[in-house]
Ligand binder design. Structure first.
Ligand code: 3HC
Length: 558
């Protein structure tokens, strides 16, 4: 029968360590927290105070229980105070030499039957274990930020971890109300391996000024329902931690997509580590304070410049499918007068309008034909917008040049094919005039939708960030590192994403996902973006997801 652990040590009381200590103390364990200095101990205590105060304020914890938490918590600078612990969780900074030195000390301090765990985000648990005399009792126990909130813990088993130790630690995780997912010792485990490449890509987008900070974040929050945008999440995780994880992942994989984008290193060097230092991609009221200062809380895309945005009186829509109908409805709901031309033959009906949206089909050739005619029939001041769907597969500029007046052309990507989503990507090509973009941005806002301004690159913002992550998940599955269920659970319960990657792939369709991934790969020729072979095989086999009753999973009804 598994032992009942009662006393747990936590070494390192930074953001994660303090959260971990809190979780154990809240669940009835006696906790011994160790830090190097009184200052760091005080910081850890304040962290737990703030977190439990918040729970008291929200009526989730009564004040007596808060006191009991602090009674169960001993804070000390002496590692020898860990001698009676059944389990010690190390949560110091991501430095292998430091972790190995702590484990070799712990090995001599704790009882021979005590379990030693590391909360490392990406370092090799095996290498850490090798610094002890009993590597069989060393395991990874990886929590997610904020530790009291996220339900997932990854239990990392090395090739020498004793099975009984894994079971005991899984049991402890369950006593904490967490869901343990057990994985092998590979850099980034499940969640970080998938999350960090996505965050790195988002930071690179920001670095290349492809879209603004707030637009990148809004794109993923509004477009995918993520609880936080990637740049805000980097600030939460800490840029130093993110940098370290990416470095380790790159060291293991040599995948260029894991190499930290230079901006991350520069910010780390400058001390802009995110929330913990009060400044990262955003500026916070103080260190460890989650409130973004007002001056810095840039609205998603700066408001359209009123001097630039043209006034629009009349709007036309071309097309007869669900997208065109959805756009007509959205304009109508926004109180705009809309004329509607079903096809190429009736374009004269929109010839007088100030802005015409083409939504005829997914086919670039049909789009070009319509745009070419619109370029002729519309007045010289008219703006022409072309809708790009997930499978259009050409840059906006290729369609725009057909008009012979490409400065007047902008791309629109509605995240939802019926235009009912709240997010619209407004795509400027190399030729689009600034006033054209500003006008369309203002229009999207007037419809009560969220515009995201971006350049004319494959996948724009949402797809370019989402699909490489999905593709990485497919590779992970194909490598037999984790099951689809474990990967979905890890992303939903570790990062609070609304759906796991395989749920998304089956919903979107493996065929559509493959088309998007191919576009991303074709544009960049980046080997890490090549579609995962398993995705190709599913499409070849006709397993297209929910719509065919089978994709990564089987469904009783499409
Ligand atoms: N500590 C404790 N509790 C916290 C907290 C904190 N720092 N921040 C928020 N909470 C609690 C709140 O008290 C509230 O609890 P309740 O529902 O019981 O009342 C709940 O979380 C929701 O909080 P808020 O309403 O204040 O705020 P949001 O709804 O905006 O949620 C969030 C904030 C929990 C941070 C949410 O945005 C989220 O889950 N974001 C994703 C974070 C993520 O991806 N984490 C994983 C990062 S990767 C990682 O950690 C691994 C490492 O190795 C790098």
């Amino acid at each position: 029968m598994a032992r009942e652990f009662t006393t747990v040590g936590v070494v390192g009381l930074g953001t994660m360590g303090a959260g971990i200590a809190e979780v154990f103390a809240r669940n009835g364990f006696e906790v011994v927290g160790v830090e190097q200095s009184d200052e760091q101990l005080q910081r850890g205590r304040t962290h737990i105070h703030q977190s439990t105060n918040r729970a008291v304020r929200r009526g989730k914890l009564d004040p007596q229980d808060q006191q009991a938490i602090f009674h169960r918590l001993t804070l000390t600078r002496s590692m020898s105070d860990l001698a009676d612990c059944d389990l010690v969780v190390e949560a110091v900074v991501e430095r292998l030499d430091l972790k190995r030195s702590i484990f070799s000390q712990l090995d001599k301090i704790v009882r021979p039957d005590a379990v030693l765990a590391t909360n490392t985000s990406s370092l090799s648990v095996t290498e850490i274990a090798a610094s002890t005399s009993q590597p069989g009792r060393v395991v990874g126990l990886h929590f997610f930020n904020p530790a009291p909130v996220q339900q997932l813990v990854e239990v990392v088993r090395t090739v020498v971890t004793e099975p009984a130790v894994v079971e005991e630690v899984q049991g402890v995780a369950r006593r904490l109300g967490k869901n343990p997912v057990t994985v092998g010792d590979k850099a980034g485990f499940i969640a970080n391996a998938l999350l960090l490449s996505y965050l790195n890509r988002a930071a690179a987008f920001y670095e290349s000024r492809y879209a603004s900070r707030a637009d990148i974040d809004a794109a993923m929050r509004v477009g995918c329902g993520y609880p936080m945008g990637p740049l805000a999440l980097l600030d939460l995780i800490g840029l130093d931690t993110a940098y370290q994880i990416l470095e380790t992942m790159y060291g293991e994989s040599r995948n260029r997509l894991h190499a930290p984008t230079p901006l991350i290193k520069q910010m780390v060097t400058a001390g802009l580590l995110g929330r913990k230092t009060g400044r990262g991609f955003y500026t916070y009221e103080a260190a460890d304070n989650p409130t973004v200062v007002v001056a810095d809380a840039e609205t998603p895309s700066p408001d359209p410049d009123p001097h630039r945005a043209r006034s629009l009186r009349r709007i036309g829509v071309v097309g007869s499918g669900p997208l065109a109908n959805g756009i007509v409805k959205a304009f109508g709901n926004g109180g705009l007068e809309v004329s509607h031309a079903a096809d190429l033959g009736s374009l004269q009906q929109v010839g007088e309008e100030d802005l015409v949206v083409e939504a005829v089909s997914d086919d670039p050739e049909e789009k070009k034909a319509v745009l070419e005619h619109l370029g002729k029939v519309c007045g010289p001041d008219a703006i022409l917008a072309t809708t790009i769907t997930d499978i259009t597969a050409v840059p906006v500029v290729e369609i725009a040049v057909a008009t012979g007046r490409q400065q007047d052309v902008v791309g629109l990507h509605f995240i939802d094919p019926t235009a009912s989503s709240d997010l619209v990507e407004v795509v400027s090509t190399v030729s689009t005039s600034a006033d054209v973009t500003a006008t369309v941005q203002a229009l999207v806002m007037a419809l009560g939708k969220q515009p995201v301004l971006c350049g004319d690159r494959a996948g724009f913002v949402v797809n370019a960030l989402l699909f490489p992550y999905l593709n990485d998940a497919v590779r992970m599955l194909d490598d037999h590192y984790a099951s689809a269920d474990d990967i979905d659970t890890a992303m939903k319960q570790g990062c609070a994403l609304p759906m796991g990657p395989f749920e998304v792939l089956d919903m979107v369709g493996t065929d559509v996902s493959l088309t998007i991934q191919r576009q991303l790969y074709r544009e960049s020729r980046e080997p890490g973006l090549a579609p995962a072979p398993l995705l190709e095989h599913l499409v070849t086999a006709g397993y297209l997801g929910r719509k065919t009753g089978r994709g990564f999973r089987e469904y009783s009804a499409p």
